[in-house]
Design a protein around this ligand. Structure first.
Ligand code: HEC
Length: 119
């Protein structure tokens, strides 16, 4: 019985660990401008890929910014309000970031994940 718990524990630990690192690109701030803010504030949850880490997607319902259907259903105003006021597990950024930054994060960063950038 103890062994099963140990194996399960290791599995969860590894899964959590893989949540925190991205083997490919690890920074976006080299794109300049608003991306430095995304890197600092948003990347830890939404990731460089915009897909959100696996566990985050299942447990906290982090949206996949690269999904066309999601993008089509999400209006600028809804997303801007979500970033400003927060949404469940998502922290609020009003007061922490300027209004211009919040708008740019949605219009420039979030929107840039679809269509996906060519490699
Ligand atoms: C602590 C983790 C975390 C951080 C940091 C974070 N988010 Fe989120 N974000 C979430 C979660 C969780 C959701 C899903 C909210 C829900 O629908 O319950 C979300 C949802 C969103 C959405 C979709 C809202 C909607 O209405 O569908 C946008 C856009 C977004 N985040 C942008 C950002 C931006 C921009 C930043 C940086 C300023 C950021 N997030 C930082 C966790 C985070």
């Amino acid at each position: 019985m103890k062994k099963i718990i140990l194996v399960l524990g290791m599995f969860v630990f590894c899964a959590l660990l893989s949540c925190g690192c991205n083997p490919k690109r690890t920074v976006l701030s080299d794109k300049g401008g608003i991306w430095a803010v995304y890197d600092r504030e948003c990347r830890k949850c939404h990731k460089v890929s915009g897909k959100g880490c696996l566990i985050g997607r299942f447990i906290f319902k982090i949206p996949n910014f690269t999904n066309k259907k999601w993008q089509d259903n999400a209006s600028d105003s809804r997303l801007i309000i979500a970033v400003a006021n927060g949404k469940r597990k998502m922290p609020a950024y009003k007061g922490k970031l300027t209004d211009e930054e919040i708008v740019d994060l949605v219009k420039v960063c979030v929107r840039s994940f679809y269509p996906p950038a060519e490699k």
